[in-house]
Design a protein around this ligand. Structure first.
Ligand SMILES: Cc1ncc(COP(=O)(O)O)c(C=O)c1O
Length: 421
């Protein structure tokens, strides 16, 4: 048997692989503090579950674009919360935003610029599509956000013509959120250099400054494709529902998308699309719930940030999502004596000897010597913690320590290890 050469160099997604490794270790009786997998821990809101149940009898295929009332709901939701002017005929529903990003990359010509550190799947997806992948690495002192001048310099190095960039804010793996001014500056460069942006806004409602995160599509509507879905703010990753919204200016794009989708996934599960209507209907109960979940993500992120800084790890304070990106540079010398030269060695060592699971920065287009790790802040029982939080107005350090035991225990284990160096 011969495999397609486009796939031969690609490994299994690092996040899924670590989750399986942690499950195997846990099954063998090891107690692991899991800072590796980015799944929202909260239960799906009962109204979404009810809608799923009530529509379980629907067995017919839906149009490839998706359920019309869902696309309408997504447009109203994004007008209300993000000031986006999506149009239902240019919104497509897919089996997760990951698949939609992949199909968009497949359809669009041009090299792929990746502001890095960036999510694990973008570079492999670009490579599978045969694209040159060009990481533009943001500095820690810039809060891991690329500057307009960096993007301009990288774009000018590339051949003239269309380019693609995937921008992700709030960001996995760093927790960074781009401000309106920063987005405006990037939009200007994208316009100058003919860069189409895929704006991955899957965490846009998990933003810690009290309002949903702004997207670059506000400042560059004609050149921005927006993706999002149920997986993060609505805690329903396994429902596998995402959306993609394209601007009218990209003539023929959505039509080509429908052709590709109709020859591949056909449409997303019909009952799940009805459940998504309940999510995007701006129902006050659902909105209150996702805001409370965001407050808990904020409290957990803040807790880890404080603990990491107290242990002298380098760390940028997270502004959204459920991730942090600490570095172990202050411990370079003693780690070197243990034979740890880069982030993959470090993560292997931490899993084997400290019972802490994290992903190495190298999985996120970050150099091994930077000794960075991607940490997730979700290793707790979301249902119980949510319930406890409702009666507890202050989601402070004491609350996290009393309710998110694994976060505390994982930090304690890490602290003890660092103190032993
Ligand atoms: C940055 C980012 N984009 C996209 C996705 C995929 O989301 P979905 O479940 O909609 O495919 C994830 C999931 O981890 C993510 O972290």
């Amino acid at each position: 048997m011969k495999l397609n050469p486009a796939i031969q160099e690609i490994r299994e997604s690092a996040t899924l692989a670590i989750n399986q490794r942690v499950s195997a270790l846990r099954q063998s009786g090891r107690r692991i503090w899991h800072f590796g997998f980015g799944q929202s821990p909260f239960p799906v809101h009962p109204k979404m579950q009810d809608a799923l149940r009530q529509n379980a009898f629907r067995k017919e295929y839906l149009p490839t674009l998706g359920l019309p009332e869902l696309r309408e709901a997504i447009c109203s939701f994004h007008r209300e919360h993000f000031q986006y002017e999506f149009v239902p005929d240019r919104v497509i529903i897919g089996p997760g935003s990951k698949e939609l990003i992949f199909q968009a990359l497949y359809l669009l010509e041009g090299p792929l610029i990746l502001p890095a550190p960036c999510w694990v799947s973008y570079a492999p997806q670009g490579e599978i599509c045969g694209k040159p992948v060009v990481p533009v690495v943001a500095g820690k002192t810039d809060g891991y956000k690329i500057r307009a001048k960096q993007l301009r310099a990288a774009g000018r190095e590339l051949p003239a013509g269309q380019k693609i960039m995937i921008l992700n804010s709030p960001n996995n793996p760093t927790g960074a959120v781009y401000s309106a001014d920063e987005l405006q500056d990037l939009a200007q460069v994208c316009r100058e250099l003919n860069i189409i942006v895929i704006s991955d806004e899957i965490y846009s409602h998990v933003c810690f400054n009290g309002a949903p995160a702004k997207g670059i599509g506000l400042f560059y509507p004609e050149g921005t494709i927006v993706t999002g879905g149920l997986s993060k703010a609505f805690s329903a990753g396994g429902y596998r529902l995402g959306f993609l919204a394209a601007p009218a200016e990209m003539t023929g794009f959505i039509e080509a998308f429908v052709t590709l989708a109709s020859e591949t996934f056909s449409c997303v599960s019909t009952p799940v699309q009805y459940s998504a209507v309940a999510a995007f209907s701006d129902d006050s109960d659902v909105m209150e719930y996702i805001d409370q979940c965001t407050s808990l993500h904020h409290a957990a992120g803040e807790y880890l940030y404080e603990r990491f800084t107290e242990m002298s790890l380098g760390c940028v304070r997270p502004e959204g999502g459920f991730y942090l990106f600490p570095d172990f540079v202050p411990f370079k010398e003693p780690l070197g004596r243990l034979g740890i030269a880069g982030s993959p060695d470090l993560c292997r060592y931490l899993l084997e000897h400290v019972d802490v699971a994290m992903l190495p920065g190298t999985d996120f287009c970050h150099r091994a010597e930077e000794l960075t790790c991607r940490v997730t802040s979700v290793d707790y029982d979301g249902g119980a913690v949510h319930k406890a939080s409702v009666a507890h107005p202050k989601l402070d350090r004491a609350f996290i320590e009393a309710n998110c035991h694994n976060l505390k225990a994982g930090c304690d284990a890490l602290k003890e290890f660092l103190e032993s160096l």
